[in-house]
Design a protein around this ligand. Structure first.
Ligand SMILES: Cc1ncc(C[n+]2csc(CCOP(=O)(O)OP(=O)(O)O)c2C)c(N)n1
Ligand SMILES: CC(=O)[C@@H](O)[C@H](O)COP(=O)(O)O
Ligand SMILES: [Mg+2]
Length: 623
């Protein structure tokens, strides 16, 4: 019988001896790969924490002890060990397990994550709550070396080291963010990894000095007196010690007995302690070990070859953006591209390789990236910050205070806008219109397809009067001849895709294509709708809206943003000014967090697909 078959909850893990735990780790890897190769998911990060997760559940008593997974993309093994093994085949699928910790899934998921670098803050909050309530549980935050580069993590370390409440931070150091980790902290961790330990170094020095006749012993005593300063230079983790943490490590993160021993030691520390664990991203699966970035977040793949099962047809918006920016940058030396740890996701790999001096990866530091872009722009450079919509949420104040207030010509290339699919609630980019549209000076636009994205990128280069944002979706671009127009991009102007009567559909970005499909269905029902590609959310095309207000009985807005604060709000405000008396329908996402699943399922569920839009319009006409 397999050891994994005997493990249905964590008390089963606690019964196992070291030999069985080692066997379990191998079986878990196989089980994980069998499942995730079919569903897709965060393969490499999970393979890297198999032994660590087993050791954590052997040593700590969840849920009394609070285990917090930073980002949470590496929580699959935790899910397997905490009663969700039988649902692993549903991970990230519509109505299946989430790819991140979810409190509604299990009381072992103490804190929900998805965005990085929150685990130390959350853990400290739990530790202090425990102290106030007079309870005794442990609090354990597990954070990766990539996630440790963010401001939030540093803010939390600064606080935790000072306040001295008992908590354990496990730093899972695999030298990788999604791509190779960057920054000074990463280099520091590198030095710890490669340096001989202080203890070993001290022994070597002692042996050497004591072997020198006559003066050796005196020198050794002097060195002993200088121990503190010597220690300062040689002690691994001194940075964390100086911040107020006890540092343990570095420890081999694939050695279960050593991990158990070290975690038990950490438990004895009566204050904040950091356990530095060294792991290999993708451990145990050749393809993932060799290409940890490719297997960071993978779609379904063939286990033998490691190749993706389905090939995407068409070109991804990210690539269109990255290629166009690279083309522009070749001729315009003032262009600088910035990413916050997502060079490949944002389509900037080519730019990075070919123009490395003007490509900057700041690590997971969106807030810093925005203000850094503002600094560059203040000195006459044209900075492009390519960022996922959901992660730009981190930089809201910086967008407002550092960029827009000073009206600096920073470009925000907002990728993964709209519904992203299997990552779910934490990652959908459905709030950007709302959190940006009320900020003065900011221009906001969204392309309907690949060609328009290229034109918009060009437009951003020419536009130097202030900040400007383009938002575009995850996945491949639409390429539909019927949508291709030759209307030049003009600030604040939309375009008429087709002019009919009675019903005017005003759509933005990806929704232009879906609106077009819906319009064809409406035509089959005898209607002759107008379709407008509004292009700019801000400034919105007043002339077009005035025309619509005067000439149509029904106006429909279409967006893949929450209705509140997005296109609907902007159009409604304008129509209100014109005292519009017709039928107004706002189609977009509701005021709720949207679950995970593939985008077609989600579009269907929220009636954002052509059928759903058609139904909403027809039902409204019938009512
Ligand atoms: C605020 C934020 N920015 C970016 C991301 C995208 N992201 C997810 S995991 C990851 C790398 C994390 O690296 P690390 O913490 O070292 O974990 P590893 O994958 O190496 O296990 C990044 C950049 C995110 N989840 N949250
Ligand atoms: C966990 C995380 O935040 C990223 O790994 C994210 O899942 C990447 O998303 P894409 O697959 O859209 O690049
Ligand atoms: Mg890492």
């Amino acid at each position: 019988m397999k050891t994994l078959d005997k493990v249905n909850c964590i008390s089963d893990v606690k019964k196992l001896d070291i030999t069985e735990l080692n066997k379990l780790s191998g079986e878990i890897r196989k089980f994980l790969l069998d499942n995730v190769s079919k569903t897709g998911g965060h393969v490499a990060s999970n393979l890297g924490v198999v032994e660590l997760t087993i050791a954590i559940h052997k040593v700590f008593n969840s849920p009394e002890d609070k285990i917090i997974w930073d980002v949470g993309h590496q929580s699959y093994i935790h899910k397997i060990l905490t009663g969700r093994k039988d649902r692993m085949h549903t991970i990230r699928q519509y109505e299946g397990l989430s790819g991140f910790p979810k409190r509604c899934e299990s009381f072992h998921d103490t804190f929900e994550t998805g965005h990085s670098s929150t685990s130390i803050s959350a853990g400290l909050g739990m530790a202090i709550a425990r102290d106030i309530k007079g309870e005794k549980n442990e609090v354990v935050s597990i954070i990766g070396d990539g996630s440790m580069t963010a401001g939030m993590a540093f803010e939390a370390l600064n606080h935790a080291g000072d306040i001295k409440s008992k908590m354990i931070v496990i730093l899972n150091d695999n030298e990788m963010s999604i791509s190779k980790n960057v920054g000074g902290l990463s280099k520091y961790l590198d030095r710890i990894r490669t340096a001989p330990t202080y203890g070993k170094m001290k022994d070597d020095v002692e042996t050497l000095l004591n072997s020198i006749p006559a003066i050796g012993k005196t020198m050794y005593r002097t060195a002993e007196r200088a121990k503190d300063s010597l220690k300062y230079f040689l002690l691994p983790g001194i940075l964390f010690e100086e911040l107020g943490f006890k540092y343990l490590g570095p420890v081999d993160g694939h050695n279960i007995p050593l991990l158990i021993k070290t975690l038990n030691r950490a438990k004895l520390v009566n204050g904040p302690v950091i356990v530095h664990v060294l792991t290999k991203k993708g451990k145990g699966y050749k393809h993932a070990e060799e290409n940890p970035d490719k297997f960071h977040g993978a779609s379904a793949f063939d286990l033998k070859t490691g190749k993706a099962l389905s090939k995407t047809k068409g070109v991804k918006y990210s690539k269109v953006f990255g290629d166009k920016l690279y083309d522009l940058a070749k001729n315009h030396k003032d262009i600088v591209a910035i990413t916050a740890a997502m060079p490949s996701g944002t389509g900037l790999e080519n730019f990075k390789n070919k123009l490395p001096k003007r490509f900057i990866d700041v690590g997971i530091a969106e807030q810093h990236a925005v203000t850094f872009a503002a600094g560059l722009a203040s000195q006459g450079l044209k900075s492009y910050f390519a960022v996922y919509s959901t992660f730009l949420q981190r930089g809201y104040d910086q967008v407002l205070h550092d960029v827009c207030l000073q009206n600096l010509p920073v470009v925000f290339a907002i990728d993964r806008a709209g519904l992203v699919g299997n990552d779910g609630e934490t990652h959908h980019g459905v709030f950007d219109f709302s959190y940006l549209s009320h900020i003065p000076n900011l221009i906001i636009m969204a392309p309907k397809d690949k060609k328009e994205l290229e034109e918009m990128v060009e437009f951003t280069y020419k536009y130097n009067d202030g900040p400007i944002a383009i938002r575009y979706p995850r996945g491949v671009s639409v390429e539909k001849d019927e949508l291709i127009t030759n209307n030049e991009i003009v600030l604040g102007k939309g375009e008429m895709i087709k002019e009919g009567k009675n019903v005017a559909i005003i759509a933005i970005g990806k929704m232009v294509d879906i609106g077009y499909e819906a319009s064809l269905k409406l035509e089959e029902s005898g209607l002759n709708p107008t379709l407008i590609n509004i292009r700019f959310l801000k400034p919105i095309d007043n002339d077009l809206i005035k025309k619509v207000s005067n000439e149509y009985n029904m106006v429909v807005t279409l967006e893949d943003n929450v209705i509140s604060g997005g296109l609907a709000t902007s159009v409604n405000n304008e129509l209100f000014k014109y005292k519009y008396k017709g039928n107004l329908i706002n189609i977009g996402l509701p005021d709720e967090f949207i679950e995970h699943g593939n985008t077609s399922e989600l579009f269907k569920k929220h009636k954002l697909d052509a059928d759903g839009i058609y139904d909403t319009i027809i039902n409204s006409i019938k009512a």
